[in-house]
Design a binder for this molecule. Structure first.
Ligand code: NDP
Length: 464
């Protein structure tokens, strides 16, 4: 591939761009640290594109892209099992609908606030653009914690949340899905309430259970997609495939479980998983059936794993390396962070590299800190950034929207085939874009430029 655009980028131009990006922190849309971290990573890597074509500056694309279209914020009042009234905050950040209806998950977790959702919504714009499907970017959620709540309490919270949210969503307007703390149970309750309020059986949420409009394979899609992406990246970078290789995975939720499952299907050996209390290291390979039972059925701590497998090791958070995470200190060929943001530090990245890790693929959103990513790139580790590697979930959500709109059903095999094709397409596009901009093998640059260009060009075409 010809690489002709980077020549216009001088060191001085890069410094000027960095100063301009730092200045954006003063905008009231960008004061939150997580959002700024996500935005800075994108803006630094699109410098070659931005400087190569004056139309982006002329059309003020950066300022237009980093301001969400709107941030909806509301109170959620609900009654717990002791008949006491509880109050939480609900949010929907509708970031950008240039390419299609707003699309992005709902997160229920005590750490949720406007800044977290702005970072996730911003990432979602570029991720959704990378899929090549007609979906815009959004994110939403609440500081409600489903952990420790009865099914009835979760149902009452979801109903109260939807009583407000339904005013702002619709199958052609904004189609939320799941994320941390929002799985099939929560989506079911949310969908039920939407239907009651509107009397309309719409494809207004994705990740629905199959028997009322969900797509086959949506639960598996994000995790399986991460592994499909990784396989393709290893092939393109002429590295050994995953078969027979030791892999480490963090998290024990939807994404982690399905990464582990697909790794087994490819003959790899995933030896770890983790939750917010600690890490399991099972050198023979994690017992996936037990993991699903503990996390999907019983919803208990991972510590329970060693009751059935005393030969495995449970490492509580208190015993983690200082400023790090136990998972990344276990020798492996490939690492898959699949829990949450900023869970992989610079020290963790050093440990992975020293222990011979060749590949890191992000299942969670922005799990690696910027300094960790810099180390991976410097050391030529195959690094798959979240917005490309975990786009299989939202792509399959878009497949669910298509099936709902056409009142049709695709088989598991049909969806799996489409998912595979999508991940191979994204990986190839990202690799080619990186090459085009003289950053061969740098999937961060490739993903950010390819995603940004698609949205920015469409914004220019649509006008203000
Ligand atoms: P789940 O709620 O199913 O699982 C999250 C897992 O991460 C749990 O094991 C949880 O442990 C752990 N976790 C969450 N927060 C923390 C924390 N602060 N510290 C340590 N562990 C934590 O979520 P998902 O698997 O759906 O999502 C995981 C990541 O993947 C998120 O970053 C999400 O945004 C991203 N993602 C998800 C998609 C999807 O389709 N589900 C699509 C694309 C990205 P515990 O149960 O103890 O809290």
């Amino acid at each position: 591939m010809k690489s002709n655009k980077i020549e216009v980028v001088t060191e001085e131009a890069v410094q000027r761009a960095k100063t301009a990006i730092a200045g954006l922190k003063n905008l009231n849309c960008a004061e939150d640290d997580l959002f700024f971290q996500a935005m800075e990573e994108v803006l630094l890597s699109i410098i070659p594109l931005y400087l190569s074509d004056p139309k982006y500056k002329k059309n003020s694309i950066i300022r237009r892209l980093i301001h969400p279209d709107r941030v909806i914020k509301f109170k959620v009042e609900w009654m717990d099992d002791n008949n006491e009234i509880q109050v939480n905050m609900g949010y929907r950040v509708q970031f950008n609908n240039t390419l299609g209806p707003y699309k992005g998950g709902l997160r229920f977790h005590p750490s949720v606030n406007e800044g977290v959702l702005k970072f996730l919504g911003f990432e979602q714009i570029l991720k959704n653009a990378l899929t090549g499907l007609p979906i815009g970017g959004a994110k939403g959620g609440s500081d409600f914690d489903p952990k420790g709540k009865s099914d009835f309490e979760v149902m009452k919270f979801c109903s109260a949340f939807m009583r407000e949210l339904h005013k702002y969503i619709g199958p052609r307007i904004d189609v939320p899905a799941g994320d941390i703390g929002v799985g099939a149970r929560e989506i079911g309750y949310l969908f039920g309430e939407y239907k009651k309020i509107t009397s309309s059986f719409d494809g207004v949420l994705t990740g629905k259970p199959f028997f009322f409009g969900g797509s086959r394979m949506r639960p598996e899609a994000t995790g399986y997609g991460v592994v499909y992406f990784t396989e393709k990246m290893l092939e393109l970078e002429q590295k050994e495939p995953l078969n027979g290789k030791i892999c480490v995975v963090s998290g024990a939720g939807n994404v982690a479980l399905h990464v582990i499952e697909k790794l087994y299907q490819l003959g790899a050996i995933p030896v770890t998983c983790s939750d917010s209390g600690g890490t399991i290291h099972d050198p023979r390979g994690v017992d996936i059936a037990l993991l699903k039972e503990l996390k999907e059925v019983q919803r208990v701590s991972l510590e329970e794993y060693i009751v059935q497998h005393p030969e495995a090791r449970y490492i509580p958070v208190a015993e983690y390396p200082k400023d790090g995470h136990a998972v990344w200190h276990i020798p492996c060929y490939a690492a898959f962070p699949c829990a949450t943001q900023n869970e992989l530090t610079q020290g963790d990245a050093k440990a992975l590299i020293q222990n011979g890790c060749m590949c890191v693929a992000e299942g969670a959103n922005m799990p690696s800190r910027s300094e960790a990513i810099d180390l991976f790139i410097e050391n030529k580790i195959c690094f798959a950034p979240a917005k490309a590697a975990n786009a299989g979930g939202v792509a399959t959500s878009a497949f669910e929207m298509s099936q709902n709109a056409g009142m049709i059903r695709w088989t598991f095999e049909e969806v799996d085939q489409k998912l595979k094709e999508t991940m191979v397409y994204i990986c190839t596009e990202v690799a080619n874009t990186a090459k085009e901009f003289s950053a061969d093998g740098n999937y961060v640059v490739g993903a950010n430029i390819a995603g940004f260009k698609r949205v920015a060009d469409a914004m220019i075409a649509e006008g203000i």
